[in-house]
Design a protein around this ligand. Sequence first.
Ligand code: OKP
Ligand code: ZN
Length: 331
Amino acid sequence: MIVYYPEKHYKHAGFELYNGEKTQSSENPIRVERIKSTLENHGGFTFKTPALCNKKLILQTHESSYIEYLVNGNWEETAFPSVWNYTDKRQVPIHAISQKGYFVFDTYTPLTKNLWEVVLESASCAVSAADSLAFEPTSYALCRPPGHHATKSMAGGYCYVNNAAVAANHLLNKGAKRIAILDIDFHHSNGTQDIFYNSRHVLTVSIHADPARKFPYYSGYEDEKGIGEGFGYNINYPLDKGVDDEKYLEVLSKALLQINQYKPEILIICAGFDTYKKDPICDFSLTIKGFERIGKLISKLHIPTLVVQEGGYNLEDLGNCALSFLKPFLR
Ligand code: OKP
Ligand code: ZN
């Protein structure tokens, strides 16, 4: 299996402000290094670094003022918002402090030095991996930073550019008519939902912790079904705490049935392993063996599948969670 890996990701590392307190970020460079070394030790994976994708592709996914903000941002020190847009005006503000609150929706997502080159390379992993579906049934984009919380015009939840959404737009440009994105990260994929909310060409399905209890809090509820011609093409499965392998597989089977009915030409899996029982910030209880069962069930659909890495924070077991999930796709 081909794996696209971002070699400059380590340049992005920071802290987060959680409820007013400064803490070490869970989203650190060790994460993808753990996954990489576990897959390398196992064998069957070929690592490549991506060619940087065209900025136009990113502008098709995100608002241009937001992307210009990331491109031109010259943050010498880690920066965070402190005042948010409390109006419904969409007018890019002038002051540096108001701009941060305009383009970043939480205090977990630091604006760091070299941010743009790092996020561009992460998105490029997803695009390159999408291209390799032309000659491989499955490919894996080992993205960092992750992408699924990034909306059209805001960063948040450790995400800046929505890697999976950029890849989906790339595949639509190449002629695909129906793409399904299934997000199995513990957290609701609010960004992906936002980007494709009015589209029937991209079915977005997310299985996650009930946002009444967990991040991103404001979206991920069952009644969010899409809008306009996209109505019916967004599906959310908010779940209670403590979900185990059996319960998860039961919900996943339902989601896969809906995906199959849509008859997608390509399936994108936004894979987060923070549903793992020993994840330090989450409250589901999936096992390493459970990830293999999840991978097997998905692989049995026999749809060309792009796996895009999202979250997962248990550094000790993260590599084995990913390997276990990917194994059924190896041939
Ligand atoms: C990103 B992804 C923990 C609180 C921060 C933010 C969660 C972002 C998750 N110190 N919570 O979906 O895994
Ligand atoms: Zn997550």
